[in-house]
Each structure stands twice: as C-alpha cells, then as structure tokens.
Design a protein around this ligand. Structure first.
Ligand SMILES: [Zn+2]
Ligand SMILES: [Zn+2]
Length: 454
C-alpha cells in the first residue's frame, strides 16, 4: 500500500527478529516443517502445483498499478469461469466477483487483491517483471508485485479450483471470490462496496484473506485475533507565515520555525495524551518550505501518517493535532493553519470467534508447529472495510520465505527484504502450496455439509 506500507516494518524490529529467531530455532529442532496432513487438498496440490506456479509467474511478470488492473482482472475472470464460477467484472473499477452456489448453506468470501506497485524489480529472477509505467512527471518507473498480491491471486484461484472440482460433495453453501482492485491505494474495498458488492451479489457469512508475510517461514501461517492492523489517517498541514528577507526576521513571520516547533510538539501527543496502554503513532513523513537560504517563505507544508486501533484514540489524535497546529501558529503570531485529514483505512479487526474456529483447522492442515500467533502491527489493509460493513473477517499472514533462506538472513543479522522492497520475492512453490491448502481447508470446515447455522 502506498502510504500505508503494510504491517511488517515492525516485523523487522528487534523483538520481531528475536521472535523469528525463536521460531527458526524451534523449527531446526523439530526438523524443517513440510506441508503435510490434510490429505485431500495436499494430494490435489501435488498434481496441480506446476500449473499454479505457472499462473503465478505470469501474474508476476505482468503487474498493473492500482485502478489499472484490466488485464489482471481479465485473466482472473478466465480462471474463475474455467473453474465453474459465475463471474461479474467491473465491480467498483476492475473488481470482480465469482459465485459458485453448491446447495443450501453459508456463504464464504475469499478475497484477493489485484494491484502491483510502482517499484522497479531487482530480484534478478528469471520471471522478474520488466513492466514500466510513466509517472506524472514523465519519468519511467518499473511496476512490480512487491506486496505479493500475485501470490494471493494464485492461492484464491487454486482453492477455487480445488473446491469447484471433484470436491463439491465435501461442502455445501456458496463460495464468493472477490478480486479487489486498488488495495495499495486503500480504496478498492470501498469502491466495490459502494458498487453493491454486498447488495447486488450476496452478503457473506464469513470473509477470509491471506497476506504475504516475508518474515514468516514459507509453509506456515501467522494469525492475530482482534485488532491486527491499524486505523490509517493521512494529515496535510499548511502553516502560514509572512515572507521576507532572512536578514530581517523581525519584519516577517517565519513558518519554518513554526513547523520545527510543531514537529517536536506533535511527538508529545502519543507520549503525554494517549493512554500508555493504548497504541498510536504520529509520523511526520514530509516537510517542505522555502526556496532559498535568505528568503523567509510564506508557508511550510507538513504531511503526517497517523495510526491507532480504537475510534476513541483516533479522535483524540485528530483533535490534538489540530490543537498543536493552532498553538504553533499562535505562538508565532501567525494566521490560522490549514489542517486536512484524509479518510483513511479503518483498523482491521479479525473476528475472534471466526479466528478461534480457523486456527485449529490450519494447525491440522499445515502442522501444529508452523501456525503461530503474531503480534499486532500499525500497518493498514482495506480488507478491514468488509469487517466494518458487518461481515466477520479473518486475515492471515502467509509465510513466504523458506526457512533456510530466513536462517541465512538471520546469520547475516539482516531482516529479509520487506514487502514493497524491490528485492522481495516469495518462494513460490511452498508458499502457494500452503496458501491453497489453508484456504481450501478453511472452506471445507466453514462450509461443511453439517453446517446449518453460520
Ligand atoms: Zn502493499
Ligand atoms: Zn498488500
């Protein structure tokens, strides 16, 4: 996600490294985990993995930016129609919905995102993306699936094929596949909902999604019940002054000094105003003012990202930021500042009852030792919008890097390349195998023929 750069900044933090190290130690004691158990999906995956990896490589080679996912959506629609789903395209942009009704029973939504990022790939893989796009300033930049959305598409498609194929007698209900555009802009879920995702089609009883996690060993899954990802708000502040000559500051009002005061003061909100047991972040990511050494400018601009979990803390941060900006201006005798909040992504709350049901299924399907609880993070994901619309949701972190490769990074005391890095790449085979196994097993459980009351 563009300015929401997801989740895993904190995963490379010291506690997280220790956490990963502990996992790796545990795994090396236990022998490296391999996908196992869950005989049915596993047997199917063994004979279909090659085709799925081919699909993955195709998607990886042909990424498209947010709201431009035309060919990606076309390919997904073909795959899902092939599998037997009734597919509607152009839902909220290039979004698509695939439905397969298989008797009476609950509806399970499996969501994948479709978009890539303006990142020039540097992985050196034979199937690396060579796609480019021209930016607003006319410069050429690469396009890459640097957030693993190509893996998500492949896993949802794999599970769809498994469930729609010879295994229809093992479940009852409706499968709803959602291909969502523009996740990286935090906008696609909202645009699909606004286009009637839950009214024109069907309101699901559950929604499940995977997201790649480069710090989690491939073959495994990490989960977090309750709040897992944060409210993400963007704030634009313009502090006004009165421009003049740098040699005669007494004849001007200096907005750079106002900004300096404000940047420091903002940091006291989290440390002094938010309940210490609650989580919040305020980061000033950009500050621009002035043109030259000896000119005091008329204004200075700041851009902030603001993170929280609860609505109460979110409101507190908003009010405090406005107050701090006004007081920085007032202290300088400057005019009222302009403070604009952009509607962000709401916090992602994984339904606790659904998670309680899903975790044992995953442990059974993948193996007890490779399914573990993850810490919450201050990243953001607009999958949260489906939860906010009243559907119990469950987003899981899919391990993407083989344990041996993670151990190599650990030896170098380096975190693996994070999401959005030009060097990020999943180990496709084990990642896709565990992703398809996970989604299929969850579907077989939630849509089990005995299930009558979701
Ligand atoms: Zn992303
Ligand atoms: Zn993503």
């Amino acid at each position: 996600m563009r300015h929401y750069s997801i989740a895993f900044a904190s995963w490379s933090s010291r506690p997280m490294r220790a956490f990963i190290f502990a996992i790796l130690c545990f795994m090396s004691m236990a022998g490296l985990p391999r996908l196992a158990v869950s005989a049915e999906p596993q047997a199917w995956i063994d004979s279909n993995l090659e085709v799925l990896v081919e699909l993955y490589r195709h998607l990886h080679r042909h990424p498209e930016l947010s709201f431009q996912e035309e060919k990606t959506a076309q390919r997904m629609a073909e795959e899902w129609r092939d599998a037997g789903f009734e597919v509607t395209t152009d839902v909220g942009g290039h979004g698509l919905v695939g439905l397969l009704k298989n008797g009476e029973g609950p509806t399970l939504m499996l969501r994948t995102d479709l978009d890539g990022l303006p990142v020039t790939e540097k992985t050196g893989l034979v199937y690396a993306s060579e796609a480019t796009v021209r930016g607003e300033d006319g410069s050429l930049t690469g396009v890459m699936h640097a957030c693993g959305h190509d893996i998500h598409m492949t896993c949802v498609t794999g599970a769809a094929k498994f469930l729609a194929g010879q295994h229809r007698d093992q479940w009852k209900g409706t499968l709803m596949l959602v291909g969502q555009p523009a996740e990286e802009r935090g906008a696609g879920a909202q645009s699909m909902l606004a286009d009637g995702l839950f009214t024109r089609f069907v309101r699901p009883d559950y929604a499940v999604a995977l997201h790649c996690a480069p710090s989690v060993p491939a073959g495994g899954i990490a989960y977090r019940a309750g709040f897992a990802l944060a409210n993400v708000d963007s704030v634009d502040i313009r502090l006004f002054g009165r421009g003049g000559h740098g040699a005669y500051p007494h004849l001007s009002i200096d907005p750079i000094l106002e900004a300096a005061r404000l940047v420091m003061d903002l940091q006291s909100i989290v440390s002094r105003e938010v309940d210490p047991t609650q989580s919040a972040v305020i980061t000033v990511g950009s500050i621009h003012g002035g043109t030259k050494h000896n000119v005091i400018p008329d204004y200075c601009d700041l851009q902030l990202t603001v993170r929280s979990y609860t609505e109460q803390v979110r409101q507190l941060l908003k009010t405090a930021i406005e107050r701090k900006a006004r007081s920085a201006a007032e202290a300088s005798g400057a005019p009222e500042p302009r403070v604009e909040f952009s509607e962000g992504t709401p916090a992602l709350f994984n339904d606790t009852a659904l998670m309680e049901r899903v975790v044992p299924v995953l442990k059974n399907a993948l193996g007890e030792s490779v399914v573990f609880e993850a810490p919450a993070s201050m990243g953001g994901e607009d999958f949260s919008q489906y939860g906010r619309a009243g559907v119990p949701i469950c987003m899981l972190w899919l391990g993407t890097v083989e344990a041996e490769r993670l151990a190599g990074y650990a030896r170098l005391q380096q975190p693996p390349p994070p999401l959005h890095s030009a060097l990020f790449y999943p180990d496709a085979e084990p990642t896709i195998a565990s992703g398809v196994t996970s989604l299929s097993s969850i579907a077989l459980d939630l849509l089990s023929p005995e299930e009558t009351n979701p």
